[in-house]
Structure formats: C-alpha cells, structure tokens
Design a protein around this ligand. Structure first.
Ligand SMILES: [Zn+2]
Length: 328
C-alpha cells in the first residue's frame, strides 16, 4: 500500500503520524492546520474527521485528541484522516462564527480558493488535501461559544445520488445522536458548495455534520459523545472490530428554521435548548442598549429548540435560535 500524505504528515501502514497543512500568506497572514493520519494494515475506506471549523466549538476538538490517542492503526482497516483544528486563527482568538482576520465564516466559503482571504485558503486546503483524498467525512461541530444546544446531526438529502444520500443517512444514524435534521436545501454546484460536509457530499462522498457540545465548554459528556460517535462511524464502515450500532428510534427534524435577529441590540432569551415550544410561543425579546423593547421573537412552528443564543450581544441578521418540527 502506498503511504498516505496530508500536508507534512506521511503515514505508512500501521502508523499514526501528525503534521501540518501549510496555508501560505497572501493578502492576509498564513496559518497551518494540525492533522493526524492513522493508516491501517489492510485496505479499507478513508474516513475524514474534521473539528474546529468554528474555533470556539471545543468539544469535537478535545474529542479528536482522544480519538487520536485511542486509535490503534494495527487493528484498523483503511485510513483515518483527523483534522484536529481546522480554523487555528478562530481557535486562538476565540472568535464566534467568523475568523478574526477576514471576518468570514469558514463554513460558508467552501470549496475555498488558493488566492482568497485566509478563511477561503483554509477551505481550499481542506478541500484539496483532505476531501479530495477521503471516501467519507464527518464534520464535527457543537454549539458555538454563545449557543446552548441539544445534540443533533444533519442529514443532507441532496438528491444528486441516492446511494450517497442513503450512506450519509446510515452514517448519521451510526454517529449516535438521536435527533437528525433533514436538510434538502444545500447547494449542488461543486464550485460553490458553501459548507465543508456538503463539499464532500457533492463530490460523491457521503458526509454528515454533527452538533454536540455547547457554549465553548468541552464537558466530559459532550467530549464522550463525540469520541463515541467517531468510533461508531468507523465500526459502520468496517474499519475497526465490533458490530455496527445505529440509533434505533431517531427523531427526524423536518422542517427546521434558523431564526435571525431583525435588529441590533441586546437579546433576552426565555427558552432553553431541548425545550418543546408551540407555534407562536415567545422565544425571547430583543431590546435596544437601554433596555427598550425592539422585537419579540416567536417560534414559527411547534417543535423543539435545537439551539438558542444565550449571550446578550446580538447583531442584525445573526442567528438567534434554531427550532425544528419533530416526528418519529
Ligand atoms: Zn459550527
């Protein structure tokens, strides 16, 4: 078997190695992306596990450090590529949603560009070094530093290739989060895929996005959910010993709605994550800086609060909460 190379990391069969993908400077400074490769002793799929697309979502980041420690390449079939922290500028500056240098959301600029700003160059590096080499991908997120969240996964029902869609659904069920958002609205254009997992999916590689953890705190439970999910996907793919497991009673979320703020001011939520709400129920109030009401935010549907912003700072057009309709 040929070695697997990602950035400066070169793994031979039976090895686990780490290194960096270099993102050279252009209009703004360069950065690098820490990656690890575990290469098994026998053939099998190449699974990419990505954390830290948003730098203030640390539960998957800490989880993939544990996955690296627990992975034994001697009993692995195939190869696992771990992107330990995709967005180092955002991680080190502890920014929410957007990178600190270019103000762009890394998960809105895929597949990226080699001569764009740093977020676009990071996306390009992940597309060419990781997504182009993998067979399937899990992009692991959590509630951002300002968001309370109940764990869920996104199943991208793209409609380009039903076999790829079906496999992605199996991966979502295998990861183990019992609430699964059905998303049919992601772009189909390979040159404008916007999202990391969608970039793989459009290229015929089954992919899911997972959300487990909240408010910038990697609790033991949130880390454990992410570690367990990564190994469960490896088991589904036949990469490690053990019977595949799947969520037995998934709660499908369809439709769902991300509510955005109609104005800039201070946000006063009155619901929490995982709370059931009915259509028209008050989710919170937006006030100006003096405390005078600007708007009441109400749920557009009967369902569940998947995440809600719990810090007061609120800009016009920013997410306030995500609600989804549930069915078993
Ligand atoms: Zn995220």
């Amino acid at each position: 078997m040929l070695p697997c190379t990602v950035g400066s990391a070169i793994a031979h069969p039976g090895q686990i190695v780490s290194g960096y993908i270099d993102v050279p400077a252009a209009a703004d400074p360069g950065t690098h992306i820490p990656v690890s490769i575990a290469m098994g002793m026998s053939d099998g799929p190449v699974l990419a596990l990505v954390a830290g697309i948003h730098g203030s979502e640390p539960s998957p980041i800490i989880a993939l450090q544990q996955v690296r420690a627990e992975l034994n390449p001697m009993e692995l079939s195939g190869t696992v590529i771990i992107v330990q922290i995709a967005n180092i500028p955002s991680f080190l500056q502890r920014t929410i949603y957007r990178g600190p240098w270019d103000g762009k959301n890394l998960n809105r600029v895929f597949p990226g560009s080699s001569d764009g700003t740093v977020s676009e160059r990071i996306a390009h590096a992940i597309t060419t070094e990781v997504i182009d080499q993998c067979d399937c991908l899990v992009d692991m997120h959590s509630g951002d530093g300002n968001e309370l969240l109940r764990p869920y996964a996104y199943w991208n029902q793209l409609g380009l290739d039903s076999a790829v869609d079906d496999r992605a659904c199996e991966m979502a069920l295998a990861f183990g989060l019992d609430h699964i958002v059905i998303d049919r609205g992601r772009p189909r254009d390979p040159a404008a895929t916007i999202f990391c997992s969608n970039t793989a999916h459009v290229r015929g590689k089954p992919a899911v996005t997972t959300e487990a953890g909240a408010v910038g705190v990697p609790t033991d439970l949130a880390v454990a959910i992410n570690v367990r999910g990564a190994f469960r996907v490896m088991r589904l793919l036949g990469m490690i010993p053990g019977a595949a497991e799947r969520v037995e009673r998934p709660v499908w979320i369809d439709p769902s709605d991300v509510l955005v703020s109609p104005d800039t001011g201070t946000w006063h939520p009155c619901v929490t994550a995982d709370q059931n709400v009915v259509e028209g129920e008050l989710l919170g109030t937006l006030t100006d800086y003096f405390g005078q009401p600007l708007a009441e935010i109400r749920s557009p549907l009967t369902g569940i609060v998947l995440y809600v912003v719990v810090s007061p700072a609120m800009g016009k057009g920013e997410p306030i909460a995500m609600v989804g309709s549930t069915r078993r």
